[in-house]
Ligand binder design. Structure first.
Ligand SMILES: Cc1cc2nc3c(=O)[nH]c(=O)nc-3n(C[C@H](O)[C@H](O)[C@H](O)COP(=O)(O)O)c2cc1C
Length: 380
């Protein structure tokens, strides 16, 4: 084995950088909400590798309120899975407020409101990123949710940088931002793309820098185009955001958190950007360990059949670190059972060896995944 990759937080010299309200964060890197990916399995595998804060995928308020199986499937945390933000999406202040209370009652540490998802409107009502065009509704929701949860539970809101590139839209973003601060929100997350852009084009980090400059005493999470540990540290250093939101870059790469912490630590110690010792990609046995943990937890949560489907797309992303990446990816694509999964591990992950860094563009495979469609799927 080329060394264990599971680190305790005390191994990083950088302890306690900040808080979101009453919640202490041990590092400035968090795992994003990612519909269809960021379940407890993905979160725990990441936490064991340096991720100190994670956000659930967007949970529909009406599903939580309807109780039964929808509620049971949506609520899934354990003692190892803290601090965690439960992220809510919905259209009505009243239902969002009641759903927020449900999450708090089930032990979620922070409530994050999703005003960022480019999902379509339902029954003509705004939700997600459409809140940027229905500011009155957005402000009502911000207020109702803040009023509904106990003062010690921080609330945060996730926003796109605007709905589109018009000046009116930029103004609406400002109104929501000011309302969030006014009602006492502990942090705001900004994705540097517009809602119209969905996942196309580049995220504008310069806008993140300007926002942080305007609100130096507020906690800002920055999001968009963070695919490697180097990107995560670069976003932090170039924009000054307090926390970097790692999304597609964390899929199949739970090591990104410890790598980013290590890189930031090294740079803080030397005081020179880019002067850090090079990071090593995870070895084959480190990869095998993460894959096994991930599948085992996914099985507990979803059962073999669903876990198999979810792990297939995860395996494909993990495969990027294998020296025979193309072959391993093909092998994961064919998997339909646990037996086949184990066969792939035995065939490609039995003998330890050095891993490889993925090509910088291999994250593009999930770049255009229709997140909106995944949310619609949740409604049936
Ligand atoms: C497949 C997929 C699912 C997503 N699900 C969510 C979600 O549930 N909640 C959320 O706030 N953002 C969600 N996002 C947006 C990401 O969290 C992130 O803001 C976006 O991908 C930009 O960051 P990146 O360019 O570094 O990936 C999703 C994105 C993708 C690609």
């Amino acid at each position: 084995m080329i060394g264990s990759d599971v680190k305790s937080s005390s191994q990083f010299s950088q302890v306690v950088l900040m808080r979101i309200g009453s919640i202490q964060l041990e590092s400035p890197f968090c795992q994003a909400g990612l519909a269809g990916y960021s379940d407890r399995a993905m979160r725990l595998v990441a936490r064991r590798r340096g991720c100190s804060y994670a956000v659930t995928e967007a949970l529909l308020d009406t599903i939580l309120l309807s109780g039964g199986l929808g509620l049971k499937k949506s609520i899934d945390i354990n003692d190892e899975d803290h601090p965690i933000a439960g992220q809510l999406i919905g259209s009505q202040a009243d239902t969002m407020a009641r759903a927020a209370k449900i999450l708090v009652d089930h032990g979620y540490d922070v409530i994050d409101l999703n005003f960022a998802c480019p999902v379509k409107k339902i029954k003509n009502a705004a939700r997600g990123g459409h809140m940027l065009r229905d500011v009155v509704r957005g402000v009502e929701i911000l207020q109702a949710v803040r009023d509904a949860v106990a003062p010690h539970v921080p609330t945060t809101v996730s926003l796109r940088r605007s709905f589109d590139d018009t000046a009116a839209s930029a103004e609406q973003f400002e109104q929501l931002l000011e309302a969030a601060w006014g009602y006492g929100y502990g942090a705001v997350r900004v994705h540097g793309r517009t809602v119209q852009q969905k996942y196309q084009g580049r995220a504008q980090w310069e806008i993140l820098r300007k926002i942080k400059q305007r609100y130096p005493d507020r906690v800002i999470l920055g999001s968009g185009d963070v695919f490697t540990a180097e990107d995560a540290v670069a976003m932090k250093q170039q924009t000054g955001v307090d926390v970097v939101w790692i999304a597609r870059g964390a899929i199949g790469n739970p090591w990104i958190f410890q790598n980013a912490r290590q890189l930031l630590d090294q740079q803080n110690q030397t005081g020179v950007t880019g002067a850090a010792a090079p990071l090593s990609p995870p070895g084959i046995h480190q990869q095998r360990q993460a894959l096994c943990e991930h599948f085992a937890i996914a099985m507990q949560i979803h059962g073999e059949q669903v876990a198999g489907r979810r792990m297939r797309k995860m395996g494909i992303k993990y495969a990027r670190f294998h020296p025979q990446a193309v072959e391993v990816k093909q092998a994961f694509i064919k998997i339909i059972s646990l037996r086949q999964w184990n066969e792939v591990l035995d065939r490609y992950y039995k003998v330890d060896a050095a891993g490889v860094w993925p090509s910088p563009h291999s994250s593009d495979e999930v770049n255009n995944e229709p997140f909106s469609d995944k949310l619609l799927e949740l409604e049936v």
